[in-house]
Ligand binder design. Structure first.
Ligand code: CA
Length: 515
């Protein structure tokens, strides 16, 4: 019997046992010092993952991590864009504390980073793939092989540890997986490692591997309920520049009439030109207008996005298989997360940024054989400031005092009701006006409500009752029926602003006499 089958049977047996039967307390777990692999994708929406109930596509390998571990159903980010999410992962802090508020910022490595804390306790630390923090990791990591900036899907360059930039032939998701396996194979027995596998997928412009071209061509995706949202009562939503209709670019995003010249091999160039040449001809022949045109763009967007995600899922399966085959699976924590959520046509949008549900919530799942009960679900509001302290806790490394998040390991080991945990999450987004004209805002999300304060060119509030209005289309901030809830939420928002020492938000509310 092979090792993989053995581990399936073992996990199957364990899954029938209640969580307490694992007999693990926090101290005994901390002493184990497992390897930790943090698979970190980019813009991968939970709406595209079958473990989260997606009907758009199947993601059997990502689902495997959830099925053999825990899935977080309310994992929120604190600033929904790429670079800031990575800076928060590294620091366990909000953007206003780690200094990386917007993608054009440069990250200051000379601050408390959880990777440096792991190094102090003997972990070998590495980051492979998308980094997107400007400054090279240098002493923050023992090893890196990272994409410059956003990187390329085909034949990407990588910056190696020695500072050299080297082009590697192939498809980016395959190459990152192969580098990750090489790194793992080189590790010394008995010395734990921490590795980020940072995928470029599924970031814009959603360029599939040639083997996945056409994978969803037979599917006609239903448009989301809010696809034709008129944004009534929501000024910022009305003023954004991120619609499939107006912002999505036919040539760049949907590859209509794209020549595929430059960095492609002859084989890649032919496959891409043949496939998208056919799409371009279809587009020219149909002479679409109005709703037909918008919906054609939506169909093409989802087909490219999900085809790109198909390779991501396959590569995660390859990495999980490698851990099984190399005998490392039992003593390795595997985490899967995206840097934030993403719109797949909801409100007519692509991209992220807003505190609204699709970009506020991000997928997160974690497998730790023998410690985390297979098939577990966590409903608690977990923030991405909690990721760094949780990893430190898993590694048995002390959590620095200035980290703003909390380890959620106790939630995984105990009866969830017996652990004190937050019942509201705080959020603050900054990047404006480029590239998508999403007005800066901060806000609070509780289990049932969301209160948002837009500022800068706009100065207004939005309040949503998620129980009555899960799609967030009815701003009830002026509804008298909600006046006492509004008052409570404003007080709670103020308390969080003070707790997290967000001076900018505090000043905005003070200037408007709202605090
Ligand atoms: Ca991202």
């Amino acid at each position: 019997m092979n090792r993989k089958l053995c581990s399936y049977i073992l996990i199957g047996l364990l899954s029938g046992i209640s969580l307490s039967t694992f007999g693990q307390n926090l101290d005994s777990v901390k002493r184990k010092r497992p390897n930790i692999i943090f698979i970190f994708s980019d813009d991968h929406a939970y709406q595209a993952i079958s473990a989260y109930g997606s009907t758009l596509a199947q993601t059997p390998n990502i689902d495997r991590i959830a099925n053999e571990g825990v899935i977080l159903k309310n994992q929120l980010v604190t600033n929904s864009i790429c670079g800031p999410s990575r800076a928060t992962l590294l620091t366990g802090k909000y953007s206003h504390k780690n200094g990386f508020k917007a993608n054009e910022n440069s990250f200051n490595l000379d601050q408390t980073l959880f990777t440096k804390e792991l190094q102090k306790t003997g972990y070998h630390t590495a980051w492979i793939g998308k980094w997107h923090l400007g400054t090279l990791p240098k002493e923050a990591l023992d090893y890196f092989k990272i994409l410059p900036g956003q990187g390329h899907y085909y034949n990407p360059d990588f910056i190696h540890n020695n500072g050299d930039t080297v082009r590697h032939e192939g498809y980016v998701t395959d190459i990152i997986t192969s580098f990750a396996k090489d790194f793992i194979a080189q590790q010394e027995t008995g010395k734990p490692f921490f590795l980020v596998v940072g995928h470029k997928a599924t970031h814009r412009e959603w360029m599939p591997d040639i083997r996945d071209l056409g994978a969803f061509d037979s599917v006609n995706f239903p448009v989301p309920e809010t696809f034709y949202d008129d944004y009534e009562g929501r000024e910022a939503a009305k003023d954004q520049d991120m619609t499939i209709d107006k912002t999505m670019v036919l040539k760049y995003d949907l590859k209509v009439g794209q020549p595929f010249k430059g960095r492609y091999t002859a084989r890649q160039q032919k496959a891409l030109s043949d496939y998208y040449g056919g799409i371009s001809k279809e587009f020219a022949d149909k002479k679409l207008k109005g709703k037909e045109l918008i919906e054609w763009k939506y169909q093409r967007y989802l087909k490219d996005y999900l085809s790109t995600a198909k390779s991501l899922d396959r590569n995660i399966g390859e990495l999980l298989d490698y851990l099984d085959e190399s005998g490392l699976a039992e003593n390795t924590v595997v985490i899967y997360a995206s840097d934030q959520g993403f719109y797949l046509g909801e409100h007519g949008w692509f991209d992220k940024r807003f505190i609204y549900e699709e970009s506020l919530k991000t997928p997160f799942m974690l497998r730790y054989p023998g410690v985390v009960k297979p098939g577990s679900e966590l409903q608690n509001l977990v923030l991405n400031i909690d990721w760094a302290p949780t990893v430190l806790d898993l590694a048995g490394t002390d959590i620095p005092d200035d980290v703003q998040g909390n380890s959620f390991l106790p939630l995984l080991l105990n009866n969830q009701d017996s652990v004190q945990w937050r019942d509201a999450g705080y959020y603050h987004y900054y990047e404006f006006p480029q590239p998508h004209r999403v007005h800066p805002h901060f806000g609070i999300r509780t289990e049932r409500y969301k209160l948002i304060r837009f500022y800068g060119e706009l100065n207004n509030w939005e309040l949503f009752d998620l129980q009555q209005d899960p799609n967030e289309i009815a701003n009830v901030v002026d509804d008298r029926g909600y006046s006492s809830i509004l008052k409570t939420l404003k007080n709670r928002l103020r308390d969080l602003i003070l707790k997290y020492e967000d001076k900018d938000a505090e000043d905005i509310l003070r200037a408007a006499d709202e605090i």
